[in-house]
Ligand binder design. Structure first.
Ligand code: ATP
Ligand SMILES: Cc1cn([C@H]2C[C@H](O)[C@@H](COP(=O)(O)O)O2)c(=O)[nH]c1=O
Length: 748
């Protein structure tokens, strides 16, 4: 089986990029779930992202030799099987020889796999790779050499089987060493692109190329040397020689050209002091105890199990559609097309979606598509389903490998990869075997429901069950790994596709209460806010009175920029929205949050809703964009209570005019503008009545003050906000944005 999988980068060693990294510094402290992505990465187009990855010399060299070796492996896989079959006479013997070589390739993983990862974490990975490749060179070359020695066909096949077993055993040591080493060559930000590149090379380009070359090799050889070609020029033997020398080339390049692979970090050195048994046990313990890794492993196994069922039942399924072998090949091809689409285009589609979420969602997509196959009544439906199965599986594979590389520590990476690699093989083989066995045994029954004749076949029931199991695995993986708990999944996906993923609320513990006064011009906010503060202070509470814009030094300057008509140049609507957001970000970070943490009652004259009403409805900017901006600026902090003083713009503006001060830039806006603002406020309140207290601002000020005080008192009773203490209570009170409320677009 081709042995070079994706690169799983995580921690980069800066010195490796000297002169070649185009100044991108590696990052080791990205938040969970973002492995493989960063702002800079997201900004790069697919082509320039690939170019920037290939500028990293050690990775470029490795990618080239791995491409050649992968071609050699596919070529070798085809060749060894055909070669073995060619050595014996009769269909049964040929079939046994062909199948024997394939089966023997899978066997070592089952027997020796569990210890392979320990080698990768224990010994120098470069030399593990080099020695493994030299051994593989010798073993691959030994098969055609033995055939040339004149040994009987049966002996040659026996040796081919033994050599293949040994090659696969050595490969088991090589894969985890390579997988665990490559992440150290690539900065996290470029990991996903590196994985795309290696996956497409390994599972897309090289197998196709190998199949084409294998199919045309016979003709090429005959054209070159005529019909009496010497034994060594037999296509199968040539393929084995190529496979052998490609491994020698890999060994040489890794030994002499990619010395960076040998670099070991301190943590890894400590572990080499442990016994192999201890390291082995610790590897399993790590997988069992770490939710992320557990989720990844479960998800990958689930996806491979449903994939295996699809492959195992493929032929029966094609028959159930009334189509034959051609349909089976088409379906198989459709899955590969889907895989390529998922791996190649997936990241461009989902953009900055959390990779942890993407992983679970992709498994659910693949599994749901498996389920739809069960209901396909026409080949065209089945083809669409098969493309989606492939796309989901491809995206899950890419996300999973990137996450494993980016978030599993270097010192256990080899063991984790070994478990994944062995587990997937076992699950795949079992699922294929079980799928074809059950589909064959189960046959198909015709049920008549009402007047409809419905064919219920075991194949379709199996597909249904596999899809359901896959969905279960995907949802479980999602639950274990989710790094944006509570943020609505579909809205997050949709937002990400549009370039605006939702953010989880920033973690912080509030011990206070956050009250905001909102309303149009002259509604009486300042009057009410001052009254409430006074009452609370009289009760001995720690009260912080603040406002937007202009509560801080920076805020004051922003206030002047947006409102002061003496500043000649009026900001454009988008600039205005950004300025308010900047004021808010600074205000929340330096005034509001610290006060809430301390246990104070924070009362603010205006907050996020003003932006939604004025910049959104008033200036007619897209409200969801303004909302996203504010969410980002505040880290998702929402008030506990919004007191909306609803006023007719005519009344409010006349109160303002009575002050005999020059109108600021927004007060000077048209009545229609202020009407839009008023109704936007009312809409916001209607969408979340529990959080709002809407009062008629035309009522007497005292009456309004009473109503506000009563509501705040209730809240203070419920929240336990700290009266007068400079230190918050030990028990945190949740004042954070409830995640479902992040999508303020929904309410507007
Ligand atoms: N309920 C009320 N009835 C009548 N007048 C009021 C009432 N509340 C406040 N006022 C008066 O209306 C004017 C504006 O009040 P205030 O400054 O409190 O409003 P505001 O909403 O803060 O205004 P701005 O939008 O300019 O910030 C003041 O002169 C105030 O005395
Ligand atoms: C926070 C915020 C405010 N505005 C507008 C609303 C008012 O016209 C002024 C603030 O003046 P006030 O006398 O302090 O009420 O700014 C806005 O347009 N967008 C916002 O986010």
């Amino acid at each position: 089986m081709p042995s070079d999988g994706p690169a799983r980068g995580g921690t980069a060693i800066e010195s490796q990029f000297n002169g070649e990294s185009s100044g991108v510094s590696p990052s080791t402290d990205q938040p969970a779930g973002t492995a493989g992505r960063s702002g800079s990465q997201a900004d790069l187009s697919g082509y320039s992202a690939i170019r920037s990855v290939l500028r990293i010399r050690p990775f470029r060299r490795l990618w080239i030799v791995l491409g050649v070796a992968s071609f050699g492996d596919w070529f070798g896989l085809l060749a060894t099987s055909v070669f073995a079959a060619a050595q014996v006479e009769g269909n049964t013997a040929k079939g046994a020889a062909f199948g024997g070589v394939i089966a023997v390739r899978l066997l070592p993983a089952l027997l020796l796999g569990p210890v392979a990862g320990v080698f990768a974490d224990r010994f120098d990975r470069r030399w593990t790779m080099v020695i493994s490749d030299v051994l593989r060179f010798v073993l691959f070359a030994s098969i055609p050499l033995y055939a040339l020695s004149g040994a009987s066909g049966a002996r040659v096949v026996s040796w081919a089987v033994i050599a293949t077993f040994l090659i696969e055993t050595v490969t088991l040591l090589w894969i985890p060493a390579k997988e665990a080493a490559v992440p150290n060559l690539i900065p996290r930000a470029r990991l996903e692109t590196a994985n795309q590149l290696t996956l497409i090379t390994t599972y897309g380009i090289t197998p196709v190329l190998a199949a084409v070359v294998a199919a045309s090799l016979d003709g090429i050889v005959r054209a070159a040397v005529g019909d009496n070609a010497p034994n060594w020029a037999e296509p199968a033997q040539l393929a084995l020689w190529f496979n052998a020398f490609s491994r020698l080339a890999t060994a040489l390049v890794v030994a002499l050209g990619i010395k960076e692979i040998s670099q070991v970090r301190d943590g890894a050195r400590e572990h080499t002091e442990q016994s192999m048994l201890r390291q082995f046990v610790e590897g399993w313990r790590f997988i069992g105890k770490t939710p992320l890794v557990r989720g990844l492993v479960l998800g990958i196994f689930g996806a491979f199990a449903s994939g295996g069922i699809v492959i195992g039942t493929g032929r029966f399924f094609a028959d159930s559609l009334g189509a034959g072998d051609a349909a089976f090949s088409l379906l198989f091809g459709a899955i590969f097309v889907g895989l390529a689409v998922g791996i190649g285009l997936g990241p461009m589609i989902v953009r900055d979606l959390s990779r942890r979420r993407w992983f679970g969602m992709s498994i659910v997509l693949a599994s749901a598509s498996v389920m739809t196959l069960a209901f396909a009544i026409h080949l065209s439906m089945a083809l669409v389903g098969a493309v989606l199965v492939g796309a989901g599986a491809g995206m899950a594979f890419l996300a999973g490998t990137t996450l494993l590389g980016g978030e599993v520590a270097d010192e256990v990476r080899g063991r984790v990869f070994a478990v994944v690699q062995i587990g997937t093989r076992m699950v795949l083989i079992l699922a294929i075997a079980l799928g074809s066995l059950l589909a064959g045994v189960g046959g198909s029954r015709m049920l008549t429901i009402a007047d409809l004749g419905i064919s219920v076949s075991a194949t379709r029931l199996l597909l249904l069950a596999a899809g359901a199991a896959g969905i279960f695995a995907g949802i479980s993986a999602f639950g274990q790994m989710d790094d944006k708990k509570g943020v609505p999944v579909l809205a997050d996906l949709w937002g990400s596709i549009r370039g605006r993923p939702l953010m989880p609320a920033e973690r912080f513990v509030s011990a206070g209460l956050f009250v905001v006064f909102e309303g149009g011009e002259g509604a009486g906010k300042s009057t009410q806010l001052a009254g409430l503060a006074e009452r609370l202070r009289d009760e001995g509470r720690d009260v912080v009175v603040t406002r937007e814009p202009g509560a801080t030094g920076i805020g004051e300057r922003i206030r002047s920029l947006v409102l002061d008509t003496a500043v000649d140049e009026a900001p454009s609507p988008r600039a205005e929205a950004l300025l308010y957001a900047a004021d808010r970000a600074h205000h929340v970070a330096t005034v509001v949050r610290p006060a809430l943490v301390r246990g104070a009652v924070v009362i603010s004259d205006r907050y996020v809703d003003s932006s939604l009403a004025y910049q959104g409805a008033g200036r007619t900017l897209p409200v969801d964009e303004v909302s996203w901006l504010s969410s980002w600026a505040t880290g998702g902090l929402k008030p506990d209570l919004v007191v909306l003083l609803d006023v007719d713009p005519g009344t409010g503006l006349s109160r303002v005019a009575a002050r005999n001060q020059a109108a600021d830039r927004l007060e000077a806006e048209s009545v229609a503008f202020h009407e839009r603002v008023r109704y936007a406020f009312l809409d916001l309140a209607a969408a979340d009545p529990k959080r709002y207290l809407v009062l008629d601002a035309a009522r007497p000020a005292d009456e309004i003050a009473e109503r506000v005080a009563r509501r705040v008192k209730d809240l203070l009773g419920a929240s336990g906000a700290n009266p007068g203490s400079a230190n918050g209570p030990d028990i945190p009170v949740q004042s954070e944005l409830s995640p479902t409320e992040l999508v303020t677009t929904e309410r507007t």
